[in-house]
Design a protein around this ligand. Structure first.
Ligand SMILES: C[S@@+](CC[C@H](N)C(=O)[O-])C[C@H]1O[C@@H](n2cnc3c(N)ncnc32)[C@H](O)[C@@H]1O
Length: 254
């Protein structure tokens, strides 16, 4: 069902918008003076893409699909102009970023600023000394928490190569002595050394990860999952973040 909702329905909308815009362009090009509107030229293709993206906006499509709408006419007509190696480079870059999508079924998406703040408040309230973000992505959580709480040691564990490199650079530039990113799988971490363990992963690893947390974390410490619950175990507390995506932090006290 989710494949239908997330992949097939948006493509049907994209094709419907593109077809409508193309039909309008073709009918206008016939009725206007010759040469004033030539289908297939770059400005017309960009105009078509912009109009289709506008329709997508009216249909409240997510931003990524508006980009698809905008680029599709140019990509279809000028696709051959892109050298074959560029597709290989794009594939390798995507693989280095979305490294854990296939093996762990955890893609890259990021905690938002309001949730960073909610986490910072939680860290203060729990008087934590050591905090970890399991699968730390671009290091946003680590940087924010380390800046908000200079006395707290904040770590991020990550294994997507390009993401590790980018987040290590981010930490280096922000000059936060209490922040660090480690190239390590979350499955190899000793969770017993942290007071707050945060994760924003996917439904897939939650049961196994919580079992690991239960074995390793000390009594009274907190396991906090953004959005994804632990199957078969109710959270001790749910924190509703006042943001557009209605983020919920599921807090489990060990
Ligand atoms: C949804 S992102 C969350 C990023 C970051 N925690 C945030 O909230 O902004 C999940 C991250 O977990 C990483 N990840 C998945 N499996 C992992 C593993 N076994 N060890 C370390 N990182 C992992 C992915 O590469 C991805 O960057």
């Amino acid at each position: 069902m989710s494949v239908l909702r997330n992949q097939i329905v948006p493509w049907i909308k994209v094709l419907a918008c593109q077809a409508l815009v193309l039909a309008i362009v073709l009918s206008l090009s016939g009725s206007l003076t010759p040469g004033s509107l030539t289908p297939g030229t770059l400005p017309v293709l960009l105009g078509q893409g912009a109009a289709a993206a506008g329709l997508g906006l009216l249909l409240r499509m997510p931003r990524i699909w508006l980009l698809v709408q905008f680029l599709l006419p140019v990509a279809v007509v000028y696709g051959d102009a892109v050298p074959a190696w560029a597709y290989l480079v794009a594939f390798v870059l995507c693989a280095l970023v979305y490294w854990n999508s296939a093996s762990e079924q955890v893609p890259l998406y990021l905690t938002n600023r309001r949730t960073w703040q909610a986490l910072a408040d939680l860290v203060a309230a729990s008087q934590a000394r050591r905090v970890v973000d399991l699968g730390s992505g671009m290091g946003g959580v680590v940087t924010f928490l380390a800046r908000a709480h200079p006395a707290v040691e904040v770590s991020g564990l990550e294994t997507a190569p390009l993401v590790v490199a980018a987040s290590k650079l981010r930490i280096a530039f922000s000059r936060l002595p209490n922040a660090r990113i480690v190239y390590r799988s979350l499955w190899d971490a000793d969770l017993g050394t942290y007071d707050v363990v945060y994760c924003f992963l996917s439904p897939v690893p939650m049961a196994r990860l919580f079992e690991k947390a239960r074995r390793e974390m000390r009594p009274g410490t907190l396991f906090v999952s953004n959005s994804f619950t632990v199957p078969g175990r109710a959270a001790d507390r749910i924190l509703d973040v006042d943001d557009a995506r209605h983020t919920q932090l599921h807090i489990y006290t060990l």
